[in-house]
Design a protein around this ligand. Sequence first.
Ligand SMILES: [Zn+2]
Ligand SMILES: [Zn+2]
Length: 215
Amino acid sequence: MGGPEVTDGRDGCAYLINLGELILIDTGAGWSVDKIISNINKLGFDPKIISKILLTHCHIDHIGGVPEIKKKFAPEIYIHKLDAPPLENGDQILTAATWYQTAFPPTPIDVKFNSPEEILSIGSQKIVCLHTPGHTPGSISIYLDKDGKRILFGQDLHGPLLEEFGSNIEDYGRSTKRLLDLNADILCEGHFGICKTKKDVRNYILSYRRQYGVG
Ligand SMILES: [Zn+2]
Ligand SMILES: [Zn+2]
């Protein structure tokens, strides 16, 4: 629905899951909410039925659209509890808003993930949210099995790993190992698009593990 080549160069990718109700994974940086909504409409979906926004972590290129989308459609906002305070407090450094020369207002969270693995059941479909710290302490990765394929949403798998983000290299090593073990067929990444074969997914994750010296 959104992303650097789709809506705005500053956006992380935003993905939509249609399960009768709509679930949005991340929201772009905030400048392109109207474009994201128009993309949802163009696909024939009604944005009024966006029931949930799953936020993969607390950075502005992923969360910037939350206040406006919340105001328009009142979806429930989900994020891991360790990445919730930067949104709740409107922390301009930890949300990286300052980096993007913008501001993020204090924003309430509806549901905070609090365990290594949480499962959302929407009808018969399960959506698994894994706590995969590394890039930030509360980063999550999301996957679901559909039509015989495992689809993984791993947003800032490429990093960067920076002290000011609270990044942790050991966590990153453990988290990316866990994602490799999922053996996903498709990886929807946060900035670099989509890997469409098991081999590409594996190589993509391995290349960053090598780059950070954990692979
Ligand atoms: Zn990002
Ligand atoms: Zn990030």
